[in-house]
Design a protein around this ligand. Structure first.
Ligand code: PLP
Length: 428
């Protein structure tokens, strides 16, 4: 495939945008080469500026669960745009999408809309701190909750459970309030709670991790987290930015039958427009301004175009209950196909999958936390990525990302992909 125009556009972009991109992973630093510039997309396909067609396994990092340019979403946005694009005043559609979201997701009474997953998680943590009157939070190494300061933290040195900043600009003062735990390790969580008695406001977790490849929670892990939170007056926050409205109508809470205290959303809930949201019981949500003391706001929050897109998307997912089964079956088919061709070609690998989230790790050991995910062979991943790209299959340009399957994929697309993987596997 030729990427002449993409390369030229990237060179232009680099002159005026840091690294040529508005979000770092797009820059292909993890795999080398220059990023591909998209011209348009339809259904399961991306069409780039060089007129290559790529089968898309990222889908805007999750939102396009029903495919690109999904007609009900596009129609809803176009219709709304003609009536004005932002008012900074209440609109009826905000209540409509809030009612629908609350009816689909277990255990939430009220929801507040924001503009991104980052904002949702940042606000949820502030609310948890305000509500409990405690400062510290526990997050898991390898989980991503957006780029707010409290989350850009890595494990501290030695025996310390305090985190340290993993980006310049994040202060030590912020880092000291974020404690890092190992995913799937409940004893580690208990030890951290013990060492910080009565100081922890919340535990925030991706109930299925998607930012170190796909990592399922071990049997009983989420239940155990729920119990330790109850025993210690700690709020449990599920970051369902990836899993919400994807793993089931009611997300991971429904799939695993666990109640979180606060749930964060992003991606699918906006149908491809910039939307995030966080939700909880009346009691917790009424702690937010203007009713309660915890401040949170946004000029464009509840924007009519974004709400129209989200409402059209959720309406479709709510009215067609078989979508989740269908997309899971497609992902399972892909899983079986990839396993077969990688085994046939003797490529050492582990595949993790939950519903329509899947990732291929190039290591044979079980992948259950950040350390085991980091053991994957990145050189093999790079070859795999570029090999697939030249076959017209676009997966995330980083070994630490999940593939997001879209319902728009046909079984022919899946067979095409499995054949492409078979070809590429011979070169690994
Ligand atoms: C689980 C999770 N939480 C939060 C975020 C942040 O969302 P956004 O990029 O919309 O700010 C992401 C983004 O990928 C995510 O995967």
């Amino acid at each position: 495939m030729i990427y002449k125009r993409s390369s030229a556009l990237f060179a232009e972009a680099e002159k005026v945008i840091p690294g040529g991109v508005n979000s770092p992973v797009r820059a292909f630093k993890g795999v080398g080469g220059t990023p591909i510039f998209v011209k348009e997309a339809k259904g399961a396909y991306l069409f780039d500026e060089d007129d290559n067609r790529l089968i898309d396994y990222i889908n805007s990092w999750g939102p396009m669960i029903l495919g690109h340019a999904f007609k009900p979403v596009v129609d809803a946005v176009v219709e709304k745009a003609q009536k004005g694009t932002s008012f900074g005043m209440p609109t009826e559609i905000e209540t409509k999408i809030a009612e629908l979201a609350v009816s689909m997701v277990p255990n939430i009474d009220k929801i507040r809309f924001v503009n991104s997953g980052t904002e949702a998680c940042m606000s949820a943590v502030r609310l948890a701190r305000g509500f409990t009157g405690k400062d510290k939070i526990i997050k898991f190494a390898g989980c991503y909750h957006g780029h707010s300061d409290s989350f850009l933290i890595q494990a501290g040195s030695g025996a310390s459970t305090f985190g340290t900043p993993n980006s310049p600009g994040v202060t030590q003062g912020t880092a000291k309030d974020t404690l890092l735990a190992n995913y799937n390790d409940i004893e580690n969580v208990k030890a951290i709670i013990e060492a910080n008695k009565n100081e922890i406001a919340c535990i925030i977790i991706e109930p299925v991790a998607g930012n170190m490849g796909c990592i399922p929670p071990k049997e009983g892990f989420l239940q155990a987290l729920r119990s330790v939170c109850d025993q210690n007056n700690i709020l449990l926050i599920f970051d369902e930015v990836m899993t919400g409205f994807r793993l089931a109508k009611g997300g991971a809470q429904e799939l695993f039958n666990i109640k979180a205290d606060i749930v964060c959303f992003g991606k699918v809930i906006g149908g491809g427009l910039p939307v995030g949201a966080f939700a909880a019981s009346h009691e917790i949500m009424d702690y937010l301004a203007p009713v309660g003391p915890v401040y949170q706001a946004g000029t464009l929050s509840g924007n009519p175009l974004a709400m129209a897109a989200g409402l059209a998307m959720l309406t479709e997912l709510n009215s067609n209950g078989s979508i989740f089964d269908s997309i899971n079956e497609k992902t399972e088919y892909l899983h079986r196909g990839i396993t077969k061709v990688l085994n046939d070609n003797k490529v050492v690998h582990t595949i993790n999958r939950v519903g329509s989230m899947i990732s291929v790790h190039f290591d044979e050991a079980e992948v259950y936390d950040f350390n085991t995910a980091a053991k994957g062979n990145n050189e093999t991943f790079k070859k795999f990525f570029h090999g697939l790209l030249s076959e017209g299959v676009y997966i995330a340009p980083s070994a630490f990302e999940t593939w997001f399957i879209t319902e728009a994929l046909t079984y022919e697309d899946l067979d095409f992909t499995i054949n492409a993987i078979n070809k590429v596997a011979k070169t690994l």
